[in-house]
Ligand binder design. Structure first.
Ligand code: HEC
Length: 287
């Protein structure tokens, strides 16, 4: 065997052996503990989990660990009382998933396929093939109960989890606010903050919605159209359309816009107002 080929084999072997499988657990942004695939295998049972993949729309079987076990072993069972888990990934996608979902549904952390297939899938936009490594967060979902298929909850290239105690006050609507704004807020948290951030809360993947004035330049109508179908505004848009099969879709989109307008109003520092005045001003605007 030539030296050249031997070198290539040596390099390939060392690459596969050293592939970074670190998984870091944070609490409110502070790193607590880093583990890796070998340590996870030593500690937890490997389960063969069959799921319906929302990206490929096919059933697939993975080797995986129970997320509940990973969370309880790193944060004690008290993680259930905290607000959410922010998943950190290699590509900057940082979805925030409320802790009750890990409690009520069946989430697993996959590290390879159990059916001899490659550990790859399609991207969020159903385009290129992506390598899922080191980890892929998967869910056994009840198709009847969750018709909208929450792709945002299926991050790949997972590198860690951050247990977050609270939502920053600035994005939470004050008590007594119009129900539509409250509903818009809940929807923005669920459907936008996996890619965007608001005052630093959410994902750094795309852009700040309020401080970068991403929303301000659109009329209400255009903004609704953008959320409904980004490519109807610009063919090159990468943003996915709002969950096509979700219930109350129109009302969700409408109220997302109300909430974003509320945040713009609140961010206007020249007119620092009490919560009551703020609520009144925004209600006048959206009625
Ligand atoms: C899966 C990631 C993803 C999600 C989820 C997402 N966006 Fe986006 N968004 C993008 C990307 C990427 C862009 C950059 C422009 C493009 O390529 O579409 C963008 C751009 C935008 C823009 C600026 C558009 C422009 O032309 O300047 C606005 C406003 C926006 N998003 C609002 C939202 C709102 C509101 C939600 C929630 C309903 C949301 N986005 C959810 C990925 C996302």
């Amino acid at each position: 065997m030539s030296l050249f080929i031997r070198n290539i084999i040596a390099i390939t072997l060392s690459l596969s052996v050293n592939a970074n499988t670190d998984l870091t657990l944070f609490k409110n942004g502070d790193p607590l503990h880093t583990t890796n695939l070998q340590k996870l295998k030593d500690k937890f049972d490997i389960q063969k989990v069959t799921i319906f993949n929302p990206y490929t729309l096919k059933p697939e079987t993975y080797n995986a660990f129970s997320m509940k076990q990973i969370l309880s072993s790193n944060y004690t069972s008290k993680w259930i009382n905290e607000f959410a888990i922010r998943v950190t990934t290699k590509d900057g996608y940082l979805p925030i998933i409320e802790t009750y979902k890990f409690q009520e549904r069946k989430a697993f952390l996959a590290f390879s396929r159990a059916d001899n297939k490659k550990f790859v899938s399609l991207t969020m936009y159903k385009e290129k093939i992506v390598n899922l490594a080191p980890y892929y967060l998967i869910w056994i979902e009840d198709k009847e109960k969750f018709p909208s298929r929450r792709k945002a909850h299926w991050p790949y290239k997972v590198t860690g989890f951050d247990l977050i105690s609270n939502v920053p006050e600035i994005i939470v609507p004050p008590k007594g606010v119009d129900k539509r704004i409250q509903f818009g807020y809940e929807n923005v948290r669920k459907h936008c903050l996996s890619c965007h951030s608001i005052y630093g809360y959410g994902s750094t993947k795309v852009g700040e919605l309020i401080t970068n004035n991403l929303t301000k330049k659109f009329s209400d109508k255009k903004l609704r159209q953008l959320i409904h179908n980004p490519r109807s505004i610009n063919k090159k848009n990468q943003m996915p359309r709002f969950s096509p099969k979700i219930d109350m879709r129109k009302s969700r989109i409408k109220n997302i816009v109300h909430y974003l307008r509320f945040l713009e109003e609140r961010s206007d520092k020249k007119r620092m107002r009490s919560a009551e005045t703020l609520i009144k001003t925004i209600e006048e605007k959206i009625n």
